[in-house]
Design a protein around this ligand. Structure first.
Ligand code: PLP
Length: 406
């Protein structure tokens, strides 16, 4: 989709606004399946925490995707969007045995990531097919907050605890059908991924009833010019070959699973906001927009760089700006960023706004969350309405008048 389409959507639906390009999601999905076309049984489970709008879930379901979920509410949303329970994976961290049992009762594949719950679950439900999350302790992450494979990580069962894990499985006679790893977002290096995969293959040999191996995700997408991105095609070539060889060795054709979030939806998303104020100070020029980190928290939270364009006046002379939000504390989207000259009222477009943007939005400062639009077949479809004051009041219970006036 083009900048002029985005400008038109901002006029039509108002700002701030999230826009998602259906075609881009489809092309990323196709890229991934094509890269692994040599694997007979391939399954993509979209990690829906990246972007959980029901329309997006429906779109991915149409493409043939399954779902990766991390909470029972995500499971409910997936079912609501029409996914069959057996197309849903549940990969929680640190949740209660009760929640895991509840999700299991819905017919969803559960993935257990600690020995305590594994032993309790296995003792109570020895016949349920269970997947286990292994932590291979491979440092593959970009930002330390999103690296989940390292030694201090809370995720997964340490590969060094494999003897204990095997003992629990033998004692409870539970049915382990899959092994999973997710080494964290932003894998820079294919070799690191392949190295972690070897650890998973080794671990897999301890279990005789496997049906699948789940390699998680963490594929990197470019955020700014010249950014490195995971070479999916090369990873596909190398890992497919190794995976097929492993299946021969194991004596059974297993399913290869990935659960990408960012890879599928990040680049498909645009966040549009209007410049309320251009403010010159002694040190910089601020462009203050009609949004804040309540709508897009990644720059403040992870230091992420979202490319910003002035789509109202793209041809203007480039100048340096600090783009800031209206939240009443430090609220910076970009510092010293070169952007085509900004006038008050211009629409700025933030790239890579598909993953972990709306899904992390809040009502901080009692602001409304933005609307969401899906761009499909050259047309914008509203898939989430702008909030209203009723949404802010919803579930709030005022004190009785007598208390407030006494
Ligand atoms: C978040 C998450 C993913 C998706 O990670 P991306 O970097 O967005 O691809 C996959 N698997 C699990 C278990 C996750 O928690």
């Amino acid at each position: 989709m083009q900048s002029k389409d985005l400008v038109q959507l901002a006029e039509q639906f108002g700002s701030p606004l999230y826009v998602y390009d259906a075609e881009k999601i489809q092309s990323q999905y196709n890229r991934l399946t094509k890269a692994f076309s040599k694997v007979n049984k391939l399954r993509i489970n979209y990690a829906m925490k990246a972007l959980s709008n029901v329309a997006i879930l429906q779109l991915l379901r149409e493409m043939g995707s399954g779902l990766d979920t991390v909470s029972i509410q995500e499971v409910l949303l997936g079912l609501h969007a029409g996914y069959e329970p057996d197309k849903i994976f549940y990969t929680p961290n640190g949740v209660s045995l009760e929640e895991i049992e509840e999700v299991n009762a819905m017919g969803v594949q559960i993935n257990i990531d600690n020995l305590s719950i594994l032993e309790q679950f296995g003792t109570k439900h020895p016949n349920v097919p269970v997947c286990i999350r292994i932590n291979p302790h491979v440092m593959a992450g970009g930002n330390a907050n999103i690296s989940v494979g390292h030694i201090d990580s809370k995720f997964g069962i340490s590969v060094h605890q494999l003897p204990h894990l095997v003992r629990i499985v033998e004692n409870t006679k539970m049915n382990i059908v899959g092994i999973h790893m997710h080494t964290g977002s932003d894998i820079l290096d294919i070799e690191v991924f392949l190295y972690a995969a070897e650890i998973l293959f080794d671990a897999a040999k301890n279990f005789k009833n496997l049906e699948f191996l789940d390699f998680g995700s963490g594929f990197k997408v470019p955020y700014k010019k010249d950014d490195i991105e995971t070479n999916i095609e090369e990873l596909g070539k190398k890992l497919s070959k190794r995976f097929n060889a492993f299946c021969t060795e194991y004596g059974k054709e297993l399913t290869l699973i990935f659960e990408p979030g960012k890879f599928l939806v990040s680049e498909a998303g645009f966040f549009l906001a209007k410049v309320n104020v251009v403010k010159q100070t002694t040190s910089t020029v601020f462009a203050g927009i009609d949004s804040g980190f309540n709508h897009l928290i990644r720059p403040m939270f992870y230091g992420s760089q979202h490319h910003i364009e002035n789509i109202s006046h793209p041809k203007g002379k480039e100048r340096f700006y600090s783009v800031v939000g209206y939240i009443c504390e430090t609220d910076t989207f970009a510092n010293n960023r070169k952007i085509a000259e900004i006038k008050e009222g211009d629409i700025l477009s933030f790239r890579n706004a598909g993953a972990y943007c709306f899904s992390m939005a809040s009502n901080y400062n009692s602001r409304y969350k933005p609307a969401e639009v899906l761009w499909m077949n050259g047309e914008g479809h509203l898939i989430r309405a702008h909030e209203t004051f009723e949404d802010i009041l919803k579930n709030q219970i005022p004190l009785p008048v007598a208390v407030t006036t006494s």
